[in-house]
Design a protein around this ligand. Structure first.
Ligand SMILES: C[S@@+](CC[C@H](N)C(=O)[O-])C[C@H]1O[C@@H](n2cnc3c(N)ncnc32)[C@H](O)[C@@H]1O
Length: 300
């Protein structure tokens, strides 16, 4: 029997795509330009040591291994032992283990990583789970050598958060808004608005945090998009997915929150919208890069 995996592993390798292997491949494909942008901004040199914090299944870290020269190294860091094990197996299979290290540590305390020992720190969609973001930036600064760089990509959920009771997961839910409110209340109990680390910061906070941690040459690009459609998706997959690793799959929450009659009415209304993509999509994404001053006082 396979061991149950932790919530981070379960989400990245199953619930993000509702257990649908084809959709998993699509999600991964869609993330490749994001990975490339994070690595472009990191301005890698062939012999750099890159630390990818919250590495997950290694999206950024494996991309870095491909770009660095034979003398370049990648440290995979995460709070999930299961994901680190997954990455170690993938690095072994790719014959790259000798260029990799695996560190079980949170962004707030990168225990086991020496002061001034890395050239680049990357994160993608990690600070949104970190309560003490100032501590994380201080740790990034601590482990970087003079002239070292950070390159981060984070969703700024607070900017595009939908506070409209008539919209549920991007779908116009008017006639069944009463049931949607019950479901939303369950999600809000797990991730309280205002205090959850996913929604307690914006793009300007990221800039301030980098500045206060002692970074220089800080650049941030914010990309906001709104579309009046969503990709159509099978209802079962929608129910088996969860929007982020902290919350259970939607199907479980619906079962737990609604009576059978409410669930039937809710499903009858929402299912056709999901299956035909009649929803909207709103998001804001920030890319931040910065440098530590070199010993001579110059950035970079
Ligand atoms: C959405 S996934 C992103 C994974 C990967 N960076 C990527 O681009 O695909 C978030 C990752 O952050 C990790 N994580 C969550 N809280 C963390 C923390 N406090 N410190 C470091 N990693 C954390 C999770 O284990 C998970 O691997």
């Amino acid at each position: 029997m396979t061991q149950p995996r932790d919530q981070w592993h379960r989400w990245l390798l199953e619930l993000r795509h509702g257990g649908d292997a084809d959709h998993a491949a699509e999600v991964r494909q869609a993330l490749l330009p994001v990975r490339d942008e994070v690595l472009d901004r990191a301005a890698l040199r062939p012999d750099d040591t890159l630390l990818d914090v919250g590495t997950g299944d290694g999206l950024i870290a494996f991309g870095a291994l491909d770009r660095l020269g034979p003398g370049g190294r990648v440290i995979f860091a995460d709070i999930s032992a299961d994901l680190l094990e997954h990455c170690r197996a993938a690095a072994t299979a790719a014959g790259q283990l000798d260029r990799c290290a695996f560190v079980l540590a949170g962004a707030e305390r990168l225990a086991g990583i020496e002061d001034g020992s890395v050239d680049v720190v990357t994160t993608r969609s990690v600070l949104i789970y970190v309560a003490d973001k100032a501590a994380a930036f201080a740790e990034f600064r601590r482990v970087l050598r003079p002239g070292g760089r950070i390159s981060l990509h984070e969703p700024i959920n607070v900017l595009m958060r939908e506070c409209d009771a008539a919209v549920f997961f991007g779908y116009p839910i008017g006639p069944v808004a009463e049931f949607a409110a019950k479901v939303e209340a369950r999600f809000a109990a797990i991730q309280p608005a205002g205090t959850d680390p996913m929604v307690d910061f914006d793009d300007r906070d990221l800039v301030r945090l980098a500045e206060r941690a002692g970074f220089d040459d800080i650049r941030l690009d914010l990309r906001v998009s709104v579309t009046s459609w969503r990709a159509p998706q099978p209802w079962d997959r929608f129910l088996r997915s969860s929007p982020n690793p902290k919350v259970p799959p939607l199907g479980e929450v619906l079962e737990e929150t609604l009576s059978p009659a409410e669930l039937a009415a809710f499903t009858a209304y929402l299912r056709p919208l999901v299956e035909t993509g009649r929803g909207e999509h709103r998001r804001a994404l920030a890319d931040l890069s910065a440098r530590v001053r070199s010993a001579a006082g110059e950035a970079g």
